[in-house]
Write a protein that binds this ligand. Structure first.
Ligand code: ATP
Ligand code: MG
Ligand code: FE
Length: 354
């Protein structure tokens, strides 16, 4: 079965074709992503109106390109899947309406996909892993620890109570006069800095609940930056190093508790896995820390290739392909949802929770 996927929930316009073979294995036939970073950079963050317009301008062409690169025509597609939420409503409308229109005109089944489910199922496409597993999603808009029990069976163990982690990197960068997106800039500066010159808070460290919090960290950076004004390059590097160390330490605490929770819930799983997704997963220091934590705790650490960790349409097509064999197609009445928690998929289809 071949699925055409469409993703427009944030600042990437994306189209892809994914095939699911008779053994249930996935094959990416094409995966086209156009990032709008340059359009949003002058504003230091994603501007919803600009994002929606940019999706409208390029989506048709990208879909054509995805079919062309997959060396197929629309006739060879068995189903269409588009992100229906969560995300910026203007962008969601563009992708969802386009997906529905293609499905209707070509009389193919249509699947309205939760963007977070796309991230959650990616390791099954890239690494063919079995349920259940843990997912740490750390992007510009989300910071969540999710227990992926089965298809359609997700339990959010923890989430950020304020800023997303990528957002904290971006805001920290902005406070220090570094360009957008801030994550890679902070990482680069941190490499040159001294992490021991300043000590920043570790929010929620030691607490039983599995949530995250990053706004206090950002406030501490602001206070430090104000106190040191005017900032030298060395100050910037040292603050970035302190920030990244505090983040790594916080993640270590939050994630190790989640690993323990997983063990307690699934004592019979022999080789449990932690998967990361989201743009922040590009950070080498954080990635290495998670890798170490996993090997210390007997977990496999899975980081899909970066192009599939950040927003893309292959994950949306794949989520559609996984659902296609098990659920009837969605109605073309389905509406976009700016908020759509992953646990609202409450019907387990396959997997451990069934
Ligand atoms: P969504 O939250 O809807 O998935 P998004 O576009 O905000 O979408 P991504 O594209 O997955 O998220 O990731 C972008 C975020 O990742 C930005 O906040 C960026 O600063 C952060 N990021 C990218 N590279 C790094 C890095 N090396 N270190 C830390 N953060 C990074
Ligand atoms: Mg993005
Ligand atoms: Fe995403």
């Amino acid at each position: 079965m071949r699925v055409l996927g469409i993703e427009t929930s944030c600042d990437e316009t994306a189209a892809a074709v994914v095939e699911r073979d008779d053994q249930g294995h996935g094959h990416i036939l094409s995966n086209v992503v156009l990032s709008q970073i340059d359009e949003h950079a002058p504003y230091g963050g994603v501007v919803p109106e600009i994002a929606a317009r940019a999706h409208v301008e390029v989506l048709d062409r990208l879909i054509g390109q995805a079919l062309h690169e997959a060396q197929i025509t629309l006739d060879d597609v068995d189903a269409v899947a588009a992100t229906a939420g969560p995300g910026l409503i203007g962008g969601l409308i563009v992708g969802l309406m386009t997906g529905k229109a293609i499905a209707m005109a070509s009389q193919k089944p249509f699947y309205a996909i939760n963007h977070l489910e796309g991230h959650a199922l990616t390791p099954r496409l890239t690494d063919r892993i079995d349920f259940p597993y843990l997912l740490l999603l750390v992007s510009g808009g989300h910071t969540q620890m999710v227990l992926v029990k089965g298809l359609g069976d997700y339990e959010r163990l923890g989430t950020t109570i304020d800023d997303a982690l990528g957002e904290a990197f971006d805001k920290t960068a902005k406070l220090l006069g570094l360009p957008y997106p801030g994550g890679p800039e902070v990482e680069k500066a941190a490499l040159l800095g001294d992490p021991s010159r300043f000590t920043l808070p570790r929010p929620l460290k030691g607490e039983e609940r599995l949530d995250f919090s990053f706004s206090g960290l950002k406030t501490a950076v602001r206070q430090l930056a104000t106190a040191l004004e005017p900032l030298s390059q060395i100050d910037v590097n040292d603050i970035c190093a302190a920030f990244q160390t505090a983040v790594a330490d916080t993640l270590d605490d939050r994630v190790s508790r989640s690993l323990q929770r997983f063990r307690a819930s699934f004592p019979d799983v022999k080789k449990p896995a932690l998967v990361v997704a989201g743009g922040v997963a590009a950070n080498k220091v954080l990635r290495d820390g998670l890798q170490r934590l996993c090997s210390d705790n007997g977990f496999r650490f899975i980081a899909p290739p970066m192009a599939l960790c950040t927003d893309n349409a292959a994950m949306i097509a794949w989520a559609g392909a996984e659902r296609a064999g098990l659920t009837p197609a969605d109605s073309l009445d389905v509406a976009p949802r700016s908020r759509w928690p992953l646990d609202m998929h409450s019907t387990p289809l396959i997997g451990a929770g069934r």
